[in-house]
Design a protein around this ligand. Structure first.
Ligand code: FES
Length: 164
């Protein structure tokens, strides 16, 4: 694993970044992509990566830090292999997001903001809408959406992910 105190792209991410540089003449557009590469490398965006990405892209560190804090897809702290991000906004709350949260706590013994001891699951309460209200309640697990969720579906999903 990369050194999170002195982050630099992995060799794989370096190749991808160079490829992206050729595709984006407006360098500030590279910030989002570069942050995805960071997360692919170490699972979150450490402080040192904020400065590193700023330097590589040619924008200020405060710009990059603002992007990390604005988008819920970026984590500024370590998360588990699977981040169970449960939408808690109005539509999902009205359609049973509480039941999903109860399932996670019951099956994994963790509450919002916590990670299982084995580092496999993090339970995140998504305060803002995941933009899947038409199929509420919705959750996001890493890059994948799961909609029309129920406690039973959540339990099955956790069982399935536990085996991976
Ligand atoms: S309120 Fe949950 S997806 Fe919109």
């Amino acid at each position: 694993m990369a050194d999170t105190d002195n982050y630099e792209f992995s060799s794989d991410s370096e190749v991808k970044f160079k490829d992206l540089e050729a595709k984006f003449p407006e360098r500030s557009s590279l910030v989002l992509w570069a942050l995805h590469l960071v997360q692919d490398d170490v699972g979150f965006v450490p402080h040192s990566a904020v400065d590193y990405v700023a330097k590589r892209v040619g924008v200020s560190s405060s710009w990059v830090a603002g992007v990390v804090s604005f988008y819920s897809m970026y984590y500024d702290h370590p998360v588990g292999k699977y981040n169970l991000n449960i939408c808690y906004n109005a539509a999902c709350w009205m359609h049973g997001s509480d039941d999903l949260e109860g399932c996670v706590t019951e099956k994994l013994g963790i509450g919002p903001g916590e990670t299982t001891k084995d580092g496999k699951f993090t339970f995140t309460r998504q305060a803002e809408c995941l933009a899947a209200c038409g199929n509420a309640p919705a959750i996001q697990v890493n890059h994948d959406y799961h909609e029309n969720m129920t406690a039973d579906k959540m339990a099955s999903l956790i069982d399935e992910l536990s085996k991976k």
